[in-house]
Design a protein around this ligand. Structure first.
Ligand code: SF4
Length: 398
């Protein structure tokens, strides 16, 4: 079986999208992210693909960006211009940071093909440098706007796969493996241990075996609105909001999808996506404001209570109003006493009710007999369904 890092990563994100892309080989939609990333990679390949340590001028590098520029996937000319300008800024920054220590790399865009117990792993390493210590550093360029979370970088398979490839190609383990984030202009280097490599191999085998077993279930994830196959996905056919977001990202054609049929044009889908996104953003902002306000209210309450307590006050004034202070008693009934009082009057039965918490404890108790649990469950009736919103952490979801 042949696999690449991208294929493995696609499978890990969603097995069904892997199937659509690598098994069914369905066409993908043009993406400006991919075009932009490829253009920058090609310009940097040109910069380093030299025989002598004589870097070209910045003007020549920027001219090369024009030569290798891919224009697929941009919304319009203005959008493309904006990205080209961004590319020029990134390359200018890169040039200034690297030109003085320019050295001819060991390799650029180095292809590899590794056999790991029957799984052939192939890929391309952006750049391989020789360090002053004599060791090897792998560089992988990234054009993301932000750094991914640390946990993602630590568990990502790309660098350990490259580590294995370099070990195979040059007979020595790389000293450093580095993600070079070009937009925030930050390098993150990590060392991969034998243990990391062993874990990576285990993951690769697991993915390969799952693919062989044709395990292609869809897996909902935060990148679904950017999925090229969302129109074919069974998980989102009843979710107009996510389809609208996908349409706004150019991943859906109006009218092709049953759910989208009611919304006839891409323009409407985009508008709908923008509105729902605004609503979600406003909700998140308000949640944050309320939770900050709640914390502050608690602080103020204790300050005011402490002051009233110390001075024996039942009310206190500010410049805009007055606060009263009274004790709120929390009470509970003495069950034995209550029973003693009500039972002789024939009223005890009238106040008996099922205690939901205690019932749940009874049901959760492993010691509860299966039969009893089944009987109690049959008495459960849905009275009302209500929905709550909660803030989801996209990173843990990933
Ligand atoms: S939309 Fe999401 S769940 Fe469906 S195939 Fe694409 S990535 Fe998978």
């Amino acid at each position: 079986m042949r696999l690449s890092y991208s294929a493995i990563s696609t499978y890990q994100k969603c097995p069904l999208s892997y199937k659509f892309m690598y098994v069914d080989k369905l066409p993908t939609k043009p993406s400006h992210y991919l075009s932009f990333g490829s253009s920058i990679h090609s310009a940097l390949e040109f910069f380093y693909n030299v025989e002598k340590p004589e870097p070209c001028s910045l003007e020549r590098l920027l001219e090369e960006l024009d030569n290798v520029w891919l224009n697929d996937g941009y919304e319009d000319e203005a959008h493309e211009r904006q990205y080209k300008e961004k590319g020029r800024v990134i390359l200018t920054q890169f040039y200034h940071d690297n030109v003085l220590r320019f050295a001819v790399p060991v390799a650029v865009e180095k292809r590899f093909s590794l056999d790991i117990d029957g799984v052939t792993l192939s890929g391309v390493i952006d750049r391989i440098d020789r360090l002053s210590s004599g060791g090897i550093e792998i560089i992988d360029y990234k054009t993301n706007d932000k750094l991914p979370p640390k946990t993602k970088m630590n568990t990502d398979l790309q660098l350990p796969i490259y580590h294995m490839a370099v070990e195979e190609l040059y007979g020595t383990a790389p000293q450093k493996v580095t993600f070079y984030f070009l937009v925030p202009n930050q390098k993150i280097s990590v060392r991969k241990t034998k243990n990391d490599v062993a874990k990576t191999k285990d993951t690769i085998f697991k993915v390969a075996n799952d693919i062989k077993a044709q395990k292609f279930d869809p897996f909902k994830n935060p990148l679904c609105p950017w999925c090229d196959f969302i129109e074919l996905c069974p998980l989102h056919k009843d979710d107009p909001a996510i389809l609208a977001r996908a349409a706004a990202n150019g991943k859906i054609s109006a009218g092709k999808n049953q759910q989208a049929a009611t919304i006839t044009t891409i323009q409407e889908l985009k508008q709908s996506a923008t509105e729902i996104e605004k609503a979600v953003d406003e909700y998140l902002d308000l949640t944050q404001t309320i939770s900050t306000a709640r914390l502050r209210l608690n602080e103020l309450q204790s300050t005011i209570h402490d002051y009233c307590e110390a001075h024996g006050l039942a009310s206190i004034s500010g410049t805009r109003g007055k606060l009263g202070r009274k004790a709120r008693k929390t009470t509970h009934y003495n069950i034995d006493k209550l029973r003693e009082l009500l039972e002789p009057r024939g009223l005890w039965e009238k106040v008996l009710d099922v205690n939901g918490r205690l019932l749940k404890e009874l049901l959760d108790d492993k010691a509860s007999q299966g039969e009893l649990r089944k009987i109690i469950e049959t008495a459960k009736e849905v009275e009302e369904i209500s929905y709550v919103l909660y803030v989801k952490d996209e990173l843990t979801e990933q």
